[in-house]
Each structure stands twice: as structure tokens, then as C-alpha cells.
Write a protein that binds this ligand. Sequence first.
Ligand code: GDP
Ligand code: ADP
Length: 187
Amino acid sequence: MELGKLIVFTGPSGVGKGTLLRAILEKYPELEISISATTRPPRQGEVNGKHYYFVSRDKFEAMAAAGELLEWAEYAGNYYGTPRTPVEEKIQLGKFVILEIELVGAREINKTFPNALRIFVLPPSLAELERRIRDRAQDSEDAIARRLDRAKIEIDAADEFDVQIINDDFDIALLNLEHAIFSPGIY
Ligand SMILES: Nc1nc2c(ncn2[C@@H]2O[C@H](COP(=O)(O)OP(=O)(O)O)[C@@H](O)[C@H]2O)c(=O)[nH]1
Ligand SMILES: Nc1ncnc2c1ncn2[C@@H]1O[C@H](COP(=O)(O)OP(=O)(O)O)[C@@H](O)[C@H]1O
């Protein structure tokens, strides 16, 4: 039986998902953010076991083959996946667990957790999205181009989600996220 709640949090790269999650976690430290495994190299300041579990492709493929991932996908040339056990254990303990994942993985979760709350974050415009990715100054030109191509596909799928939040004014987006998580009935 599901006691807690699984929350899928999706949106194009650079839209502000990580920033929104850091802010909501500060206000509600009892929320759990799942830590994914990835084959992407760490960015400056990223810590293994905190932001991601940084693993080799061989290790990732072994985890997927052993059924240790709740979902996984390839994104911009790297694998990303959700370790299964911590999520299942925390839901059993009644916790709210947030998965910050891309579209393919979000669709996969529909099958395993049909009751999950699915939230999609939209940028005010594609131009603003590109500006945010560039201002973050963390990705190569190639990685930025791949993220922008993927962004268009993801934005087209926003209607598949239960809630859409436009991250224009940050404080308003944060309030909308808070409402979606804690008062889902109003949507
Ligand atoms: N399917 C899936 N996607 C993930 C997972 N972890 C992260 N992602 C997504 O992978 C994409 C790339 O993440 P990242 O390289 O950190 O770049 P950023 O979103 O631009 O900061 C984002 O859309 C993340 O939401 C995961 O465990 N599974
Ligand atoms: N509402 C907002 N207005 C302007 N800039 C924002 C807003 N939300 C986030 N940002 C900035 O956009 C950039 C990308 O945010 P980030 O949280 O890394 O995105 P994501 O996790 O979705 O890839 C960061 O530099 C962040 O400070």
C-alpha cells in the first residue's frame, strides 16, 4: 500500500527545477528529493551522493539490468536513473518523495506509480530558457544545443502532467509548487 506520495517534477533543462526544489526544501525539510544515478560528469560544486551518484556507463548498465532502477532514460548523451529501494522505502514510511526527472522517465513512472502527482515546470519563453541555461554557464555549447532541442519536445508534452507551473516570477512559481504538493485538491 502507498502511504506517502510520489511527486514527479519535470521541465526543460534550465527552467529552474533545481532552484525551486532547493527553495521548497528549505521551507519543508521533511520533503525527500530522490538522488539519481548518472553517467554525466560532475559539474563544479556537485558532490557525489548529494546531487547525484556519479557512476560509469558499465556500472549504470549493471544497475539497470539488475532492476535496481525505478526508471531510467538517456538524456543529452548520458544515462540518468532513479534508484528504486530508497524511493520505495520512503513512500512506505509515509514520506513525500520528489523525483526531478525528464519526460521519458516521467512517462515510465505513470506505469509503476499511477497515483503519483505529476508537475511540469514551464519557462516564460524559449528565449528566456536559453538565457537561463547560458547564464548558469555550466554546460558546453554542444550540451546547450542538445538541451534546447530536447526542451521543445518536453514543453509540447506539458499537458500530460497534472499541474503546469510557469517559472516566470520565482516567488509565484514557488507558491504554486507549494500548493500543488500540499493542496492538490484545488487543481
Ligand atoms: N529519467 C530521469 N531523468 C533524470 C534523472 N535525474 C535527472 N534527470 C533529468 O536529466 C536531465 C538532465 O539533468 P542535468 O544533467 O542535471 O541537467 P540540468 O537539468 O540542465 O541541470 C534533467 O531533465 C533532469 O531532470 C533520473 O533519475 N531519471
Ligand atoms: N524565476 C526565475 N527567474 C530568473 N532566473 C531563474 C528563475 N528560476 C531559476 N532561475 C535561474 O535559471 C538558471 C537555471 O536554473 P536551474 O535550477 O539550474 O534549472 P534546472 O534545474 O531546471 O536545469 C539558474 O541560474 C537559476 O538561478
